[in-house]
Design a binder for this molecule. Structure first.
Ligand SMILES: [Fe+2]
Length: 329
């Protein structure tokens, strides 16, 4: 069926049918993720989540020296070990009251480029996608993925092939949402619109766009007005404000700014605070690729419907870096 803003927002039987028919929407509609076995918590107790971005995992097929500049060429060679170090630290977090991290969110650039444009290559070899999967499987809590520009290779690799590989190996959809204890966590994909369509006159990979279907889906997510955390790889500065007349991500964020707690992006690999430039709080986070300390620990409070960045003081703003995590919260 064709989705329109009205059918997606109406809560109609047509929408219910669409949810049942669409794996993507069904994933969103699936039961909320549970806390780890053995760690029951009251439904209104604040829970912890971590955000780890731009992990850029590589493999033996990666050719050193193919990045721009010394810093990029050096950091990429440490990407895997830094994700591992971040993961091991996050796994050890336990607050004085016994709470541990219950979700990990990764806003894109999970792995770094494609060693081959041949789908079969990824079936016949252990690649960076498999290594990334092994690394994230070591987290002690569910990991939710988003897409970065390095997770695609348009036009050398079609978006469809990337989606197929992600689905097969990482069990992840192009965009998705999960609910937990009244909160909604939305992963938007800024590579599905016309700016990432090599046949479009708008083709410009420096700019993100979502496409009409995803924008409609996003509005349906926001319209529930649950306290919401949004992840999108490109900072909003480089996401097309509107895509179809006045319909686009920027006005949507403004419209629902009262329930959207924060929009978190990666891509620039540095800590940058856009405050409420786009309506809700917008923060660009640094990358574990450059610094194993560069990740975030958050608390979501179901009673107040708000989130709090617990280790904000670690961020060294406008740099790649953060100070080490110490259990002081
Ligand atoms: Fe990146």
């Amino acid at each position: 069926m064709a989705f329109t803003r009205r059918t997606l927002l109406s809560g109609s039987a047509a929408f219910a049918g669409a949810v049942a028919a669409s794996p993507l929407l069904a994933a969103q509609a699936a039961p909320a993720l549970h806390a780890r076995p053995g760690v029951p918590a009251p439904a209104d107790r604040p829970f912890l989540f971590a955000v780890v971005s731009d992990t850029h995992v590589i493999d033996k097929f990666y050719k050193p020296g193919s990045e721009n500049g010394v810093e990029d060429n050096d950091s990429i060679l440490h990407a895997n070990e830094r994700l591992l170090a971040a993961r091991d630290t996050i796994n050890t977090i336990e607050l004085a009251d016994g709470r541990k991290v219950e979700h990990i969110f990764i806003p894109g650039d999970c792995f770094h480029n494609y060693p081959s444009a041949d789908y079969d290559f990824y079936q016949q070899n252990e690649t960076r996608i498999d290594i990334f999967k092994q690394l994230i499987d070591g987290f002690h809590s569910p990991v939710h993925l988003n897409w970065g520009n390095h997770d695609y290779d348009v036009p050398r690799v079609s978006r469809e092939m990337s989606h197929r590989l992600f689905k097969q190996k990482l069990k992840s959809e192009p965009y998705s949402a999960v609910d937990d204890r009244g909160f909604r966590f939305v992963h938007l994909n800024n590579f599905l619109g016309s700016t990432w369509d090599s046949t479009s006159k708008d083709f410009n990979k420096g700019i993100g766009s979502l496409g009409e279907t995803q924008l409609q889906w996003a509005e349906a997510q926001f319209a529930a007005r649950q306290p919401t955390v949004v992840f999108i790889h490109y900072p909003l500065w480089v996401v097309q404000p509107t895509e179809f007349a006045d319909f686009g991500l920027h006005p949507l964020l403004r419209k629902y700014q009262d329930s959207i707690q924060i929009v978190i992006s990666g891509h620039w690999h540095k800590w940058l605070d856009f405050a409420r430039t786009y309506g809700p709080q917008h923060t660009v986070m640094a990358a574990t690729r450059y610094d194993a300390h560069s990740w975030m620990l958050w608390e979501a409070d179901p009673k107040s419907g708000t989130v709090r960045w617990l280790d904000r003081n670690r961020a060294e703003w406008s740099t790649h870096y953060a100070s080490p995590y110490h259990a002081t919260t």
